[in-house]
Design a protein around this ligand. Structure first.
Ligand code: NAD
Length: 255
């Protein structure tokens, strides 16, 4: 049996499936990862995303935030991997997505049950009164952006270095790891804590771990049961197509 067929078998038998995604799933949408040879941190010093640095150097940090996360990332469109996961959810074959990404592409592709473990770039939140605004309503030509309600500084609603994981995404993500019987890891190195502990918890609770990545990760030799090497768009598409045709064959035989 090929590795893809083994993955299909596991998915067919599962009653609760969760996808756990990282920067790799959005690479084919044109968003580079942070680390690695082509990573953003080769071009920019990530200090501007440290919450203490941001508070002291707000305008300077905001210039880079606007350039990277809004002017550039804001233009990105979901790719086939995002769309196929939304299709799986719609067909009742995917119960949740836990994403470390902040690019909003799962939601743009139509996924509904998405836990944004690191928050998102869609909204800005006031550091004074916690008011929240869609970024589309805020003029980013004047930096830093200011809260209409209290005059406080607005920051993106994704977590900076030194900030806590947002609730309820934090609690729900660990709950999924306790109750899912398949976890599909897509495009993540497993180097970011505490996110990287979630698949380990799933494995401890007897989930089958299917991993899709162009290269081995920290998970591969530690917990992965079925490693599908390749680009997210290609492997996820193949998986979903085969899962659909398998289901049709199965339904056909039973009628
Ligand atoms: P990461 O852990 O997210 O690693 C990226 C992984 O993607 C690597 O394992 C790499 O081998 C794999 N990959 C690259 N191209 C791929 C493809 N086409 N198909 C499948 N896999 C592919 O590492 P990071 O980039 O350093 O991220 C650090 C943190 O920042 C993470 O939380 C990440 O999610 C977040 N981040 C988010 C975005 C985004 O929102 N799009 C972008 C960069 C980083």
């Amino acid at each position: 049996m090929t590795l893809i067929d083994q993955a299909i078998e596991a998915l067919k038998l599962a009653s609760r499936i969760t996808a756990f995604t990282g920067a790799g799933i959005s690479v084919e949408s044109g968003i580079p990862p942070f680390r690695g040879a082509t990573g953003l941190w080769n071009q920019y010093n990530p200090i501007f995303l440290d919450i203490h640095y941001f508070k002291k150097n707000t305008s300077e940090s905001w210039k880079l935030i606007k350039k990277i996360f809004y002017d550039f990332m804001g233009e990105a469109k979901p790719n086939d991997a995002h769309f196929r996961l939304a299709q799986m959810e719609n067909a009742g074959k995917l119960q949740a997505i836990i994403t470390q990404n902040i690019d909003n592409l799962h939601q743009k592709a139509g996924s509904l049950n998405v836990y944004e473990f690191h928050g998102n770039s869609r909204d800005l939140v006031c550091m004074g009164c916690a008011s929240r605004f869609p970024v589309t309503e805020i003029n980013l030509k004047v930096l830093p952006p200011i809260c209409k309600n209290c005059g406080g500084i607005l920051k993106p609603d994704f977590i900076f270095f030194g900030e806590a994981i947002p609730e309820p995404a934090n609690t729900r993500s660990f709950q999924e790891a306790e109750i899912s019987d398949v976890f599909i890891l897509i495009g993540t190195t497993g180097e970011i804590m505490p996110a990287s502990t979630i698949p380990f918890l799933a494995k401890k609770n007897r989930a089958t771990i299917i991993e899709i990545n162009i290269a081995e990760s920290n998970f591969t030799s530690a917990i992965t049961d079925i490693f599908l090497k390749g680009k997210a768009t290609e492997i996820v598409s193949e998986l979903v197509e085969k899962l659909n045709s398998n289901r049709l064959n199965y339904d056909h035989k039973n009628h």
